[in-house]
Design a protein around this ligand. Sequence first.
Ligand code: ZN
Length: 343
Amino acid sequence: MPGNTIFLGTDSGATTSKIGGIWADGSPISTDLYQTPTPSAEGTLAVVDGWVSGAVRFLERHGLDWEQVGGVGLAIPGPYIRYGVMGSTTNLPKTFENWDFYGEYSAALEAAAGRPIPLVCGNDGNYGAVAEAREVTKDEKGTVIMLAPGSGLGCAYVGVDGAPLEGDTLNGMEASHFAAPVHLLGVRPYPCGCGKTWGCIETYTSIAGLPMLLEDHLPKFPDHPLASSTLESKEKVLQLRDLAQHGDPLACAIFDFQAKALGIHVAMLEMVLDARFVVIGGGLMDPTATTDAFRSNYLEIVRDSCGEYLWTRQRETVKISAAVLGDLSQAIGAALVARQRYS
Ligand SMILES: [Zn+2]
């Protein structure tokens, strides 16, 4: 591989797409965030055009050209019908079902570059974990579990080769839909958006289940303003993160509960995967959204509740830390997967 080879990564989000790039040694070309709109209302070709124009602008800004591009990675949320083809999702218009995003992006990249550009695509959460894994492992060997509580709970596993576990039907590591040990948490099994009613761990650890968590916590805080609020429960729960930053007892109790649930989930995953590193990402670990004290308290509870269930040797070695790349991780991860595949 020539020394000046680069790899690009496109992170396709519901409203904006991001682009990142890495050098041949895997280090990021830039830590600035480059974004383009994802105009899904205008159809698939408009979305793909946005990805390509993002890549073109990235190359221009860094004085790079298509000759140097050894491959492109595309991080895109599923579900997929098969590799490179979109399934049914509420994040995109109905017409995007069966969308051959791999084929369309390959063709558009070839048209822009004047030659075929190797392309690889995969789940955005998995690709984000690839980038975070590279950061956390540095020169040490080890495997990585990444958990990212947000609107749902992102779960990924990155092997010692730096590649994500994708599974034979591309549904690997859908661990957010494990049944939570409700007897340990002292809660009822919440219904989940996935259709399961066994109490998916996602509902106890992410925004998805916050309305139910709030409902179950409020009786212990009868004088709390949210107890008498007439707001919709979706709006109420969106206040909780900010309230917790100011020490609000109800909000803190809810996030402490989520951290405990996440810690137990880490322990269960460690029983299967025995990973040396655990990275916690998502909005709660975003330094622009939460305080240092909030994040360290959350991580401490995760460590405590996890540690109780680990094997002795794991207790000495498992390292739980916060993600460091923020919004850049999925684009950089996509570029890293392209590098793994095509260098
Ligand atoms: Zn579920």
